[in-house]
Structure formats: C-alpha cells, structure tokens
Design a binder for this molecule. Structure first.
Ligand code: CUA
Length: 188
C-alpha cells in the first residue's frame, strides 16, 4: 500500500464535509416535517383518523348505522350534532347536509362502492371515503350559508358530476326542526 496522495486526501475530506452538510440538512427537514405534522394534527388543521372503524359496504342498506333512515343530521342529547352520510357513484346521500351554527358537529361517512372524497369548500374538511371504513370528521360552522361539497377523489366517469352541499342554518332553526324530525337533511 502506498501512502495516500495529498490531492486525493483533500478531495476525500471535502466530499465528507459536503456529505455531512447534506445529512444535517436532511435531518433538519425530517424534524421540521414531523413537527409540522404534529402541530397540524394537534391544532386540527389536518384531522387524522383517531381510530379505525370498519363497516361492510355490501350491507350498508340492510341495517346498522348507515341504513337510509339513519342518514342525515341528528341532534344528540349533549347538544352536539352527528351527521351520517354515504358516498356512492355518483352522489352523496343526503345530497344536501344541514347543520346548525355554533355547534360541535361530527360527520361520519363511508362509501358504498369505490373510493370517494368529501371536501367542504372554504373549510379544512377534506377526507377520503373508502369502502369498508368509516371516516370521522369534526366540524364547526360559525355563520349560516351554503358550502359546496364536491367529491374530490376520481371515482370513474360520473366523478365530475358528484357534488353535494352543506347548508348551515341558525342553531335555533335547527333545534326547532329537530323536535319534529329526528333526522334532518335539506335534500329535496
Ligand atoms: Cu365520487 Cu369522485
């Protein structure tokens, strides 16, 4: 073995320095991204599912939570509202979801066939509806108004036409209607 020549050694030293710098940068990026994901999750800017809940997509219409008569918005005993909805090629049921202002809302939704998505415009609500799984989303609306709710996952030929709507009404109006009707929706 001959002694390393000085030019080669200097080159190696420089390469090692550059490599260390890139490795340091990569570690910083990982820490930054992990921090951002944790911050977004904790502050509900993104809403990862708290747990996995499954449901048989073949039997949604036969019984259980997502049977047709159980879809729509229901006022719970604690004053919160639970919305249950299904996505299927190519519509949401109900097509128009009604919710009150200033109320904690839990949306529970699933798909009867392929993967769809629920996106409520001008909110951070955006989740996939996968057959076999229940997607749970927390929401709260402060002002009355209509929000468009397009399907945001390509679900075949009719995807472009798969639109729903969320109608936010004054809390008093919602509660008054709830006394007459256990499941509400604004679909025609
Ligand atoms: Cu349903 Cu796209």
């Amino acid at each position: 073995m001959s002694a390393p020549d000085p030019v080669h050694a200097a080159g190696e030293e420089r390469a090692a320095r550059v490599e260390r710098r890139w490795a340091g940068l990569a570690v910083c990026l990982m820490v930054l991204l992990t921090g951002m994901a944790a911050y977004a999750g904790i502050h509900r800017a993104t809403m990862p599912q708290a747990r996995v809940e499954t449901v048989d997509p073949q039997r949604l219409h036969i019984g259980g939570e997502f049977v047709e008569s159980n879809l729509g918005s229901a006022l719970e005993d604690d004053g919160s509202v639970t919305v249950r909805a299904i996505g299927q090629q190519y519509s949401f049921t109900p097509t128009c979801i009604i919710v009150p202002t200033a109320t904690p809302i839990t949306i529970r939704a699933t798909s009867a066939d392929v993967v769809h998505g629920i996106l409520i415009q001008n909110t951070n609500i955006n989740t996939m509806l996968a057959p076999g799984y229940v997607s749970v989303i927390s929401a709260r609306f402060d002002k009355p108004g209509d929000y468009l709710m397009p399907c945001q996952e390509f679900c075949s030929f009719g995807h472009e036409g798969m639109w729903g709507k969320v109608r936010v009404v004054a809390k008093e109006e919602f509660v008054a209607n709830a006394a007459r009707q256990r499941r509400q929706s604004c679909a025609q």
